[in-house]
Design a protein around this ligand. Structure first.
Ligand SMILES: Cc1ncc(COP(=O)(O)O)c(C=O)c1O
Length: 415
C-alpha cells in the first residue's frame, strides 16, 4: 500500500512512494512537492471531528491557492475563505459557487467591494464601520441586499509569533466588541444589509487551545446577547489559526480543537464556520532544493548555499520560522553544523540556522519540510528569480501543477 505523505524509503525521501529525486531530476529545483493524500487526510480529520455538529470548512486560500490544490479541496467538499477579490476570482474559476465563499481581509478596496457585492457571497466579513458603509452604498446602488458578517476583535493574545497574531486590540484587525454591537444594532434598519454572522480570527500557528477556545467563547457570548435582543444569526465564523508541529513538539489535534469550539458554542445552536489554512496544507508540502555551494563559516560550521531561499520560502526570513531540513538521499557522512542559506542578496536569506546534518556536497538535494502553507503563496521574483515549479503527487502519480516561471513570463508584463 502507498504510504501517505512523506516518508523515507531505504535510500531516500519519498512522497507517497514516489522518490523526490526522480521528480527533481525531471523538473529541476527549487521545487514544491505536495502530497494529495495528506491534504485529503487533514481535511477529513477536521471535517469529521465535528461529529455531526452543523459546520462548514472554508479553506483559507491565502495559505496556498495553487489551482490544482484549490480544485482538490473543492472535490473534498470544502468551501473557501478568500482574502482578496483575486482569490475570489480564482475560487470561482475552480468551480466554487459564490455561496461557498466568505470574503475576509483587513483592507478591501472600493473596486474589490464593487466586484464582490453583486456576486452574492456567503458573507463579506466586515472589518470597519467605513467598510460596512461602502458595502451598503454599493448594494443600494445595485438594489441588492449584501450578506455581511462583522469581524470582532476580542482582544485575545493568540500566543503565536507577534507578526501572525491578529486578535489583540492593538492589531489592525476587526472592530472592538462595543463598535460591533453598534454596527449590528444598526443593520436592522439598513435594508441593503443582512447580518448573517459574527467572525473572529485571533492569529495563525496557534499551538495552545486557550486562545482558540477563548475566541469561540467570546463569540458565543456575543451571539447570545444578540439573540436576546432579537437579532438572529445564520452561523458563527471562528476563523482559522490551528497550528501545526514544525519541530516535532506536541500541538493541539483537530479533535481537541473542534471539540473545544463545539463545546463553547453549542448553547447558541448556531452552525460553525472555520477558515483553516495551514492545518490542512502546511504538512502536505516540501520544498526541494539543491546545494549549490559549500563555504567555510567557522571552525566547526559551514554555509550550505541552496538554490531555494527567501524568494521561494519567505517564512524563515519574515518570522524567523523554523522548518525541518534534511538531505533527500540517505546520507552516511559525518554530521556537521550548517547554516542553510538561500542564494539571494540579503543577509536574512537563511532557511535554517545552525543545523546538524550529514556532510553535504554540491549537487545534493535537500528537503525543507512543512511548507505547504504560506510557502509558494508568498514566493517572489526578487533578484528576478523565477517562481518555482510545483508538483502534486496523488494516487502514486506525480504531475506538474505549476510550471517553473521563465524570464519571458516576467517580461510579458513589461513594456
Ligand atoms: C481571516 C483569516 N482567516 C483564516 C486564516 C487562515 O489561518 P491559518 O492558516 O492559520 O488556519 C487567516 C490567516 O491568518 C486569516 O487572516
Amino acid at each position: 500500500m502507498t504510504r501517505a505523505g512523506f516518508s523515507r524509503s531505504r535510500t531516500e525521501l519519498v512522497c507517497e512512494d514516489v522518490p523526490l529525486s526522480a521528480i527533481a531530476a525531471a523538473v529541476g529545483t527549487p521545487l514544491y512537492v505536495y502530497s494529495g493524500a495528506t491534504i485529503r487526510a487533514r481535511y477529513r480529520a477536521l471535517d469529521e471531528a465535528f461529529d455531526g455538529y452543523p459546520h462548514r470548512l472554508h479553506y483559507a486560500l491565502k495559505a496556498n491557492s495553487t489551482f490544482a490544490l484549490v480544485q482538490l479541496l473543492r472535490q473534498l467538499g470544502s468551501a473557501v475563505d478568500a482574502n482578496s477579490i483575486w482569490e475570489v476570482d480564482v475560487a470561482q474559476r475552480a468551480g466554487f459557487p459564490p455561496a461557498d465563499m466568505v470574503f475576509t481581509g483587513v483592507g478591501k478596496s472600493m473596486q474589490e467591494l464593487a466586484q464582490a457585492v453583486p456576486l452574492g457571497l456567503r458573507a463579506i466579513n466586515v472589518e470597519s464601520p467605513g467598510e460596512l458603509e461602502r458595502i451598503e452604498t454599493i448594494a443600494a446602488r445595485l438594489d441588492r441586499v449584501a450578506r455581511v458578517a462583522i469581524r470582532v476583535n476580542p482582544d485575545i493574545d493568540a500566543g503565536s509569533h507577534p507578526h501572525i497574531s491578529t486578535g489583540l486590540k492593538i492589531n489592525k484587525f476587526g472592530v472592538p466588541a462595543d463598535v460591533a454591537r453598534e454596527l449590528m444594532a444598526s443593520i436592522g434598519s439598513r435594508p441593503h444589509l443582512k447580518l448573517v454572522a459574527i467572525h473572529v480570527h485571533v492569529g495563525s500557528q496557534i499551538t495552545s487551545l486557550a486562545p482558540l477556545r477563548g475566541a469561540a467563547a467570546f463569540l458565543a457570548e456575543l451571539a447570545a446577547e444578540l439573540d436576546a435582543r432579537g437579532l438572529s444569526l445564520e452561523y458563527l465564523d471562528l476563523g482559522g489559526g490551528l497550528g501545526i508541529s514544525y519541530d516535532g513538539s506536541d500541538v493541539v489535534s483537530p479533535r481537541e480543537y473542534v471539540a473545544a469550539l463545539v463545546d463553547e458554542v453549542r448553547s447558541t445552536r448556531l452552525p460553525i464556520v472555520i477558515e483553516p489554512g495551514r492545518s490542512i496544507v502546511g504538512p502536505a508540502g516540501v520544498l526541494v532544493g539543491t546545494v549549490i555551494d559549500i563555504k567555510r563559516r567557522a571552525e566547526n560550521s559551514d554555509f550550505a548555499v541552496l538554490d531555494a531561499g527567501m524568494t521561494e520560502l519567505m517564512r524563515p526570513a519574515l518570522y524567523g520560522a523554523f522548518h525541518r531540513i534534511e538531505p533527500v538521499k540517505a546520507a552516511t557522512g559525518v554530521p556537521r553544523h550548517y547554516e542553510m542559506v538561500g542564494p539571494v542578496c540579503e543577509t536574512t536569506d537563511v532557511v535554517g540556522r545552525d543545523r546538524m546534518l550529514p556532510t553535504l556536497a554540491v549537487g545534493d538535494l535537500v528537503a525543507i519540510h512543512d511548507v505547504g502553507a504560506y510557502g509558494a503563496a508568498m514566493a517572489s521574483n526578487y533578484n528576478r528569480r523565477p517562481l518555482p515549479a510545483e508538483v502534486l503527487v496523488d494516487d502514486g502519480q506525480w504531475r506538474i501543477i505549476k510550471r517553473r516561471q521563465t524570464v519571458d513570463d516576467q517580461l510579458a508584463l513589461e513594456r
